[in-house]
Ligand binder design. Structure first.
Ligand code: FES
Length: 289
């Protein structure tokens, strides 16, 4: 039986989405649909997990060994919650109810505490992701430079909306689309990332060609940083396991534009004021009432 995250039987929503958007396979049409009658997940549906994630087989001894290695990096086990969640996401492509239980057990935390972290950070996905995660920046600078048009172009091409997946999640060529807040590369806007690798100075046409290449199984070279792998592998790296890719992920991520300010300061001999030997004393604080 497919269970909801709250432990009750999941409602059968196996009918295909009536939206009928081109290019979209509503995930779970053969197991559990994530989409309601409006064609979009409702808050309850977001917690429905596919049956395979309830077997526990994804958290075998190899994963437990990795979890123990992560926990050993920290003085307190609970401090390891974020990389441990990335490890879970590298196994399943999202954070399932089983993933939450696994983290809670390994970290001696309650499931509610782990859930609190999962639901706070947008990098933890609550639905299975595609082979690749495409994140389009639509924050102020990128939006002004065309980010909204890029997102709209990809949305129409893939036939999906925010955090929805075109194709069966995890299968080759499947893509999850999202629009995100500032990716901290405003000087290269509009930007997008694929599995968190940067593609700078995008246009709707360039982004469309990039996505079409991903759907064909190609892995275009990012503008900066490491070569593309896939979403799960990126998650494994975020958990701290690089699988002989140390040199790749050490690739330079700065470009001349990024360093322009530092270069100008160096050319002109500008320096930040030296730090004082002793930090200034804190002012007296009024008593709390
Ligand atoms: S606004 Fe898009 S990277 Fe900053």
């Amino acid at each position: 039986m497919t269970m909801s995250a709250t432990g009750g039987p999941a409602e059968d929503r196996s009918a295909p989405s009536p939206r009928g958007l081109a290019g979209r396979t509503a995930y779970g049409t053969t197991t559990t649909a994530f989409y309601g009658e409006a064609g979009r997940p409702t808050p309850n549906e977001r917690w429905v997990v596919p049956e395979y994630s309830n077997t526990g087989r994804r958290f075998d001894e190899t994963v437990r060994d990795r979890a123990r290695a992560i926990i050993a990096r920290y003085p307190e086990p609970r401090s390891a919650v974020m990389p441990l969640l990335h490890l879970c996401q590298s196994m399943e492509g999202f954070i399932s109810a089983d993933g939450v239980t696994f983290c809670a057990e390994m970290l001696d935390m309650s499931e509610a505490e782990v859930d609190g972290v999962v639901t706070f950070y947008t990098m933890y996905k609550r639905k299975p992701c595609g082979e690749h995660l495409v994140s389009v920046c639509t924050n102020t600078v990128c939006a002004a430079l065309g980010g909204d048009q890029i997102y709209q172009t990809l949305r129409e091409h893939l036939g999906v909306g925010q955090e929805e997946t075109a194709g069966e999640p995890g299968t080759p060529g499947s893509l999850t689309l999202e629009h995100v807040e500032c990716l901290a590369c405003c000087d290269f806007g509009p930007v997008l990332t694929v599995d968190y690798e940067m593609f700078d100075n995008q246009t709707p046409q360039a982004a469309l060609e990039l996505v079409q290449a991903l759907q064909r199984g190609e892995r275009p070279t990012p503008t900066r940083g490491a070569p593309l792998t896939d979403f799960k592998d990126a998650e494994l790296q975020l958990a701290g396991f690089f699988e002989d890719r140390e040199d790749d992920v050490d690739a330079p991520s700065a470009a001349p534009q990024t360093l322009r300010g530092a270069q100008l300061a160096a050319d002109r001999g500008w320096r930040a004021p030296a730090m004082p030997e002793q930090p200034p004393a804190f002012p007296d604080l009024p008593d709390k009432k």
